[in-house]
Design a protein around this ligand. Sequence first.
Ligand SMILES: Cc1ncc(COP(=O)(O)O)c(C=O)c1O
Length: 406
Amino acid sequence: MSKKKPNSLSIATRAIHGNKLYPYKGPVSLPIYQTSTYRFESSEDAVRYAKGDESVLVYTRYHNPTVNEVEDRLAVIEGAEAATLFASGMAAISTAIFAAVKSGEEIISTPALYGGTYRFFRDELPKLNIAVKYVDPDNLGSLLKLITSKTRVVYFETPTNPTLNIVDIAELVRYTRQAEKKFGHSITIMIDNTFASILNQNPFAFGVDAILESATKYLGGHSDIMSGAVIGTKDFIKKVKHGMKYFGGCADPMAAYLLYRSLKTFELRVQRQNENAMALAKALEKNKRVSRVIYPGLPSHPKHKTARKQMSGFGGMVTIEVKPSKKLLPVEAAAKVCDSLRVAINAMSLGGVDTLVSIPVYSSHIFMSDEELEKHGVTPGMIRISVGVEGIDDLIADFEQALAVI
Ligand SMILES: Cc1ncc(COP(=O)(O)O)c(C=O)c1O
């Protein structure tokens, strides 16, 4: 057992021990280097650092032992060469994009994205002359036409927010690599794996180059920190870290420590969230006031087969649509249900131990036109549920009483 390489151990063991296996000696818990700077032994240290000696610590935006240990641990958990930690998921996403694309080049993305990413692509990148084109996730073969000599990144999420559509990862990689051969330059395939997390979906196994993640969600798991990560090859992470120095989205040591602590229960939490979400989805499918339940683990999900192929668990996200009534508009009915919940919390975000609900047209998708909403499949009566780890009977009873109000 002690001779096993960390990457051959289970995710639970990797998350708890990282690289610190026998005969590692030292503290069982990680010390927090709550410092912005480091005392030099002599002024020569500054010169040694400037000349590339990585053993010299100079400033926490560049490196911090607590943050670096959590980065190493994330790389071990996700089965990658390296990882870098950020102050938020958006810091991770924007810095990774700028590490791979420059002015005059382009990105191809699936359209259903986290709202912040979608707006970053729609409103900010064009100002820098970076074009974003969208591929229909149900027709990934069209990547062969969309990819040009200017394409540097293919970007996607699966399951998507909030409609929980499933993008076939193997197909997306296959078509991208085919186009790459035609143009003879490399394209970085990036996935935002926040919704599934590495426990339920390992995109590296399908040939994706980089995983981006809002660690605010499942990795952090307690709705108490902001954090983000980019995970990939040493070469790519080196570029990302370089960008982070200037864009400045470095992780704070205390948040890194809290993330480290959360990782120890990552498998336990997410397994329970998978189980709770499946049970709640099944119960809501039987509820007369719910017209649609979207959960990749349900046989009724249109992409259930693809989900089974690429996911080992179906995650904690469930989206429902409330049935329209004569008394209330769909969005009013959704709001009434959310406001009537007593265990689940009406709050943004996801992935934590507390069950949260949100109405996409009031939150992540509020600034989208009707046309965009239609393209994204987002309807006014939708409620997105991030299922936590509470007792499942309490959750089911809570949703049943709240739905009975409409
Ligand atoms: C799928 C997804 N990606 C990225 C983000 C952005 O992460 P953060 O809020 O940590 O910046 C979010 C936030 O909700 C998200 O849901």
